[in-house]
Design a protein around this ligand. Structure first.
Ligand SMILES: [Zn+2]
Length: 249
């Protein structure tokens, strides 16, 4: 009945079109008005590990904290608190949507995952076109880690306790000798100016020089800058002899 009524009264078509259009407009307006206006301000940080092999994300975060000393973290935490205040201000200005907005605000808060770290690696890929192979580089996220402000604060306290000398996993590693890297070696050489710290012999070619653990690894000494020094092989030899006789007594 209704169908035939509309079918045969073509005069109603413009009205039907207008009604349909206004329903769509109202729906769009409603969708936008009811959408959450709250966007939690995440802290995002990218690590580039392109030139490093087998890196642990927890070591990267420690390295970040050693460098940052919580500065950008504290700043961001202030920004998050400010954002929360601003949201509450905004909500207080709502009248009939107040409860609804409050729910949306609470749902948007994500303190547990506020700090997000991405581990990226540049990879070379190839594409072939008309028998010509060309390379291009893409950055892929190989790992990501999200944590709270409290987590970072706790981690930073632990790093502070070891004077920010190394990442936690490396500092407490049972294999301190393995941590002696080429980079650390040249860092200590430069710091001690290629000079034996006992006899003062200067050897810029590094040939007769060794890196010594001031407190030996066997006594719990760590492979960190503060426990390392440059010695000539002669002084290093007599040092370890003294140590050995000391042990026998
Ligand atoms: Zn010496």
């Amino acid at each position: 009945m209704l169908n035939t009524f509309f079918m045969f009264n073509q005069n109603y078509y413009p009205y039907l079109f207008l009604i349909g259009l206004s329903v769509i407009v109202v729906a769009i307006v409603l969708i936008f008005a009811l959408k959450s206006p709250f966007h939690f301000p995440y802290f995002e940080y990218d690590f580039d590990v392109s030139h490093r092999r087998s890196v642990q994300t927890e070591d990267l975060i420690d390295e970040f904290l050693i460098e940052d000393r919580m500065q950008s973290i504290e700043n961001h935490q202030v920004a998050i608190e400010r954002w929360k205040h601003e949201c509450k201000d905004k909500i207080s200005k709502y009248t009939f949507l107040k409860k609804y907005r409050e729910k949306q605000f609470k749902k948007s808060i994500d303190d547990q995952n506020a700090y997000v770290f991405y581990v990226n690696r540049q990879q070379t890929r190839y594409k072939q076109r008309n028998y010509v192979k060309t390379s291009y580089r893409v950055s892929t996220t190989v790992d990501s880690f999200a944590c709270s402000y409290a987590f970072l604060k706790f981690r930073n306290e632990k790093l502070k306790n070891i004077n920010y000398e190394n990442t936690l996993s490396k500092y407490f590693s049972n294999n301190q000798r393995k941590l002696m890297s080429k980079e650390l070696r040249s860092e200590i050489m430069k710091r001690d100016n290629y000079t034996c710290q006992i006899c003062g012999k200067y050897m810029p070619d590094e040939v007769g020089l060794q890196i010594d653990h001031i407190i030996p690894v066997s006594n719990g000494g760590k492979t960190v800058a503060s426990n390392l020094q440059v010695l000539c092989s002669k002084c290093n030899g007599s040092k370890s002899n003294k140590m050995n006789t000391g042990f026998k007594k």
